[in-house]
Design a protein around this ligand. Structure first.
Ligand code: F3S
Length: 280
């Protein structure tokens, strides 16, 4: 029986890079803070806490007098980076390079006089961060209805960017609506395909597998989505948080067990499950 682990299981490139940067800072003897939890995974945050890393609440930044503040992969407004350095703190910017690219585009194009529009969720930290790099007011479009109704300048060029995790089909539809409204668009496709790749690979693996295991937080929407995709293709699909939840029943004629994991599942948890299943 073969056990196959999806290559895209777990952290994407940007999250892995950010988490690694925090671990690199531990042991330097400095006071280390992350600007909010580095990742939505309690075990990782707890482990870092034990290594002396404190999660800094946003409203506590003003009173911080010393230490290193690490920015998460989804980035922050420019004003936050400036505040950290102006207060004499060290800033380690672990913003994912794909998000950083959006910041730079927004800064440059707003300076050049374009009206900035972000396609994404208004309340998401990544979008709030992107907004903070524009020199002029920004509009956010969440839905097709927004695209139809939102007031936009017709005499000014619009620079349209997207939250990295936005659905590509919906983004396309929104571009079409704005084009039909007569907007002068400069579209910069800033969608990252890490999520889509993870889902596509999970679907392909689940099609072949006799048993499929999806590892991820119960509250994590991307993990749940992975589970739904796999369960459609493979009747024996398990959704677990850690190895402790695994009550595996493998059909006697099973030839392939597939394993994948959501974006916030650490490698240690993935390999614990992988090693366990391999030994069966
Ligand atoms: Fe991850 Fe960066 Fe893409 S954080 S989802 S690789 S934009």
């Amino acid at each position: 029986m073969e056990v196959r682990l999806a290559k895209s299981a777990g952290f994407c490139f940007g999250v892995k890079r950010a988490v690694d940067q925090v671990y690199e800072q531990t042991g330097t003897g400095k006071k280390i803070y992350t600007y909010g939890p580095i990742i939505h995974n309690e075990e990782v945050v707890k482990d870092l806490e034990q290594k002396g890393v404190t999660v800094l609440e946003e409203d506590k930044l003003d009173s911080l007098k010393e230490g290193t503040v690490i920015i998460r992969s989804h980035g922050v407004e420019r004003a936050v980076c400036d505040k950290i350095t102006n207060q004499g703190l060290e800033c380690v910017d672990a913003t994912c390079p794909f998000v950083k690219r959006i910041h730079l585009v927004v800064e440059k194009e707003s300076k050049a006089g374009k009206h900035i529009v972000i396609v994404g969720s208004k309340s998401h930290a990544e979008v709030i961060g992107i907004m903070g790099w524009s020199l002029t007011p920004v509009a956010v479009i969440e839905t097709e209805e927004d695209a139809e109704q939102i007031a936009l300048p017709m005499d000014q060029e619009i620079c349209l960017v997207s939250q990295t995790t936005f659905n590509y089909k919906k983004f396309d539809k929104i571009v079409e609506i704005l084009t039909n409204r007569g907007c002068r668009l400069h579209v910069v496709n800033t969608i990252c395909n890490a999520t889509q790749e993870r889902q596509t690979e999970a679907r392909e693996l689940a099609k072949e597998a006799d048993v499929m295991i999806v590892i991820g937080g119960l509250q994590s929407s991307n993990s749940r989505k992975l589970y739904e995709i796999c369960a459609k293709e493979c009747e024996h699909t398990y959704f677990i948080q850690t190895i402790a939840d695994l009550q595996l029943e493998v059909p006697s004629d099973a030839k392939l067990i597939g394993i994948t994991a959501g974006a916030s599942t650490p490698e240690s948890i993935i390999y614990e499950v992988y090693d366990y299943v391999k030994k069966l």
